[in-house]
Ligand binder design. Structure first.
Ligand SMILES: C[S@@+](CC[C@H](N)C(=O)[O-])C[C@H]1O[C@@H](n2cnc3c(N)ncnc32)[C@H](O)[C@@H]1O
Length: 226
């Protein structure tokens, strides 16, 4: 699962991203997304942050949700649009998808209490600490009361030994990725605390054995909003 760092390389070739990520993660990302998508219901208004090539977006639309997929990378969005056109889901479901070239910095333009769910796969690990804080606050604002935030992402293991093993495997991949893309990802540190600090209530946290990949479901309980 440390292999997630290599997604940065795949992002520079969006046409190969889906096959690449599937091979790198041995299909585990797909399964994680399938588990998260079980929380999405027909008719729900859903936002996919950092939708990339649209894997989560499509899954949610196939369940009958109206989905807005946002991403800052137009090439990823083009691949998503092609993938959606080819997808074997009803035309009506495809029409419920909107793709927008939009960064998390523009979340402030989204209406308050407008989403039944916000989801994000492998995007928080591309954000700085400050961007994560900002995003969580904005997501809390735009989610309806009681609605869910679904996150699948790379995390820093909490256990010291797991953290050391993870760092050992990750470092060479970080170097390779940096040489090729001049950028890197930052596995998310202490996501449960960040979510609680932003005012979310944790519904479930599923970690892999090494603790470096999470599927987290958080609920937006708003009574303490003032
Ligand atoms: C590793 S890809 C994941 C794509 C997809 N969600 C998936 O699971 O396959 C991360 C995506 O987040 C997008 N992203 C990174 N920073 C972003 C930001 N500030 N606002 C919106 N999208 C962003 C990238 O362009 C990229 O498409």
């Amino acid at each position: 699962m440390s292999m997630y760092i290599l997604m940065k390389i795949l992002e520079s070739a969006p046409g190969r991203y889906d096959t690449g990520i599937s091979i790198l993660t041995l299909g585990k990302l797909n399964k994680a997304q399938d588990r998260l998508i079980m929380h999405i219901h027909k008719g729900a208004n859903v936002l996919d942050i950092g939708c990339g090539t649209g894997s989560l977006t499509l899954k949610a639309a196939a369940k009958g949700a109206r989905v807005k997929g946002i991403d800052i990378n137009p090439a990823m969005l083009e691949t998503a649009a092609r993938r959606i056109r080819k997808a074997l889901i009803p035309e009506k479901a495809k029409q419920n998808i909107t793709l927008c070239e939009m960064g998390i910095g523009e979340l402030g333009n989204e209406a308050e209490n407008s989403y039944d769910a916000v989801m994000s796969s492998l995007c928080f690990s591309e954000l700085s600490e400050e961007e994560i804080r900002y995003t969580l606050n904005e997501v809390r604002r735009i989610l309806k009361t009681g609605a869910l935030l679904l996150i699948a992402d790379e995390t820093v293991p909490e256990n010291f030994f797991k953290r050391a093993i993870n760092a050992l495997f990750r470092l060479p991949l970080v170097i390779i990725t940096y040489i090729i893309t001049q950028t890197t990802t930052r596995a998310v540190k202490n996501l449960p605390k960040k979510l609680k600090d932003a005012g979310f209530t944790l519904e479930s946290v599923r970690l892999n054995k090494l603790g470096n990949f999470t599927e987290t479901v958080a609920r937006n309980i708003k009574e303490d909003l003032s």
